[in-house]
Design a protein around this ligand. Structure first.
Ligand code: NDP
Length: 224
């Protein structure tokens, strides 16, 4: 009997959508390697869960974490790049240089330079998900959050480029919009719970999407 359980890696798993995704994947029978800056998720204990530290803005942390993941798992089936910040998302003001620096260091450089060394640990046929945002699509342009929008636009482009680069390994790459979600980032007025967002993202993971397509978890639609 094949008892192989799929293994997933989730970044920023201690909070919000990352935490809900981790819970969803555990409920679906995955082995989950969850990363958190603190190296801890106090609210979650599960024999199929390993929590390890990762700060995606820190090159040494990335190097240690990737090595650690390589020791923990022989093959990774699913990488979910979820960690992100949005310090100017409510701001209509002119772009702010410091917020650009911080937002790009996390959402763009951090996401990309964690993903790159992880590629060697992925199974052929694995899936890479980016928790991105429709705010990074030109069709959804708006006046607020310049650094955040541009950072997610960069992630969307990287996802499209990566999809081409790893096609020969049958690795599917999927940028996803989780909806507007009640989290530290999304605030309490958001219409969706993290659990609803995690369910929508998981439906996208299961949807066998063409690599490079953008999934909107809010209404189960491919939108770009
Ligand atoms: P939260 O603020 O609740 O969670 C963000 C997570 O990212 C936390 O775990 C946080 O860790 C982690 N993180 C931030 N910076 C770093 C870093 N340098 N290294 C490692 N981890 C880091 O927000 P959400 O759950 O809402 O956000 C998750 C993702 O969903 C983000 O990429 C966001 O852009 C995206 N998204 C969210 C939407 C929403 O409405 N909420 C809408 C569209 C997209 P720590 O706790 O240590 O700060």
């Amino acid at each position: 009997m094949n008892t192989y359980a799929k293994t997933a890696v989730v970044t920023g798993a201690n909070s919000g959508i990352g935490l809900a995704l981790t819970q969803k994947l555990l409920a679906e029978g995955y082995q989950v390697i969850a990363t958190a800056r603190s190296g801890q998720i106090d609210s979650l204990q599960n024999t199929n869960l390993t929590v390890i530290p990762l700060d995606i803005t820190d090159a040494a942390s990335i190097e240690q974490t990737v090595a650690h993941i390589g020791q923990l798992a022989q093959r990774i089936d699913l990488l979910i790049n979820n960690a992100g910040i949005a310090p100017d998302v409510m701001s209509m003001a002119a772009p702010d240089r410091m917020l650009f620096r911080d937002t790009f260091a996390t959402n763009v450089d951090g996401t990309i330079f964690f993903t790159e060394p992880m590629l060697a640990l992925l199974n052929d046929g694995a899936q890479v998900v980016f928790i991105s945002s429709t705010m990074g699509l030109p069709s959804h342009a708006g006046p607020n959050g310049t650094a955040y929008r541009l950072s997610k636009a960069a992630v969307n482009m990287y996802a499209a480029m990566l999809a081409q680069r790893v096609a020969d390994r049958h690795i599917r790459v999927t940028p996803m919009h989780p909806g507007w979600v009640q989290t530290r980032m999304g605030g309490s007025a958001a219409p969706f719970t993290p659990e609803q967002a995690a369910n929508g993202i998981f439906r996208g993971i299961r949807a066998n999407l063409e690599s490079g397509r953008f999934w909107n978890a809010e209404n189960d639609a491919v939108i770009a």
